[in-house]
Design a protein around this ligand. Structure first.
Ligand SMILES: [Ca+2]
Ligand SMILES: [Ca+2]
Length: 274
């Protein structure tokens, strides 16, 4: 997998620019295999070329259901704000660093507004490029897959701008949609899930003991680099609500470096294709 071959600890300006070219291709083909032609190892010395300037890295985060009052997603805010400190433009919901699970429409509208830099109602060459990054926990994890799909189909957006650079799913779960679909316009996806409900799991009692367990996501396209980890298999007894905090460092590394988290390399599995 070419994500694991990248050698630097941070994605360089040139690599980000090359990634954007690949994103443009994957978005335009909407499920084609164009991104396989992207070579992030390519370096360039033409740093003054506007086409090679780093894009804005835009991050949208979504909480789980009711988490604004329950605080179940401890660690999510910290993750999103850590990325912001590293230079990401975090799309905020007022003072909150993440949107509530029941406000997917508001989240998408805010993301669109961020991408529509000049506010003319369309996202095109007159807006600077924003590389979209999405993070969601639980219910919000499924939501961000919807948001990626909305981008893919949004005719107000130039087709080459409809890609998602990276998506991180933290135990994504909705009762009727267990397996998160990863749309074809997503370049990189990582899911951190847990698979066994122990007695002290936050979701144990509200689910008659069944628990909210994120299942393995389904990638829509082989062009997407999609990696899944079962935290219960190697990180101890991880509860549903522990996933954002247990996976914070890994997820941050994913966002910053656009590659798998090296310390957990032995536990990485490819997502099945649907
Ligand atoms: Ca615009
Ligand atoms: Ca567990």
């Amino acid at each position: 997998m070419w994500t694991r071959s990248m050698g630097s600890t941070r994605v360089s300006t040139a690599k980000l620019a090359v990634l954007l070219a690949g994103l443009s291709a994957i978005a335009s083909t909407a499920g084609g295999c164009a991104i396989q032609g992207v070579d992030l190892e390519t370096e360039t010395t033409e740093a003054d070329d506007p086409a090679l300037q780093p894009p804005r890295r835009v991050l949208l985060c979504q909480q789980g259901l009711s988490d604004r009052t329950t605080g179940w997603d401890k660690g999510l805010f910290a993750l999103c704000e850590a990325a912001e400190k590293e230079g990401f433009t975090l799309v905020r919901d007022g003072d909150y660093p993440a949107f509530g699970a029941l406000d997917e429409n508001g989240a998408y509208a805010a993301l669109f507004d961020e991408l529509d830099e000049n506010g003319d109602g369309v996202v095109d060459v007159y807006d600077s490029i924003g590389a979209v990054h999405l993070v969601g926990f639980s219910w919000g994890g499924i939501n961000v897959t919807d948001i990626a799909d909305r981008l893919r189909k949004d005719e107000r957006i130039l087709s080459s701008r409809r890609g998602v650079a990276a998506m991180v799913l933290l135990d994504p779960y909705q009762p009727t949609r267990w397996r998160a679909p990863v749309p074809a316009n997503v370049a990189f996806a990582w899911e951190y899930r847990q698979s066994y409900t122990s007695d002290n799991d936050c979701s144990h009692d509200v689910s008659l003991g069944l628990g909210f367990n994120g299942l393995t996501p389904l990638a829509k396209s082989a062009a997407t680099s999609c990696t899944v980890y079962d935290l219960d298999a190697f990180a101890g007894k991880v509860g549903h609500c522990d996933v954002p905090s247990v996976a914070t460092q890994a997820a941050l590394a994913n966002l910053l470096e656009l590659r798998d988290y090296e310390p957990w390399a032995d536990y990485a599995a490819d997502c099945p294709l649907k």
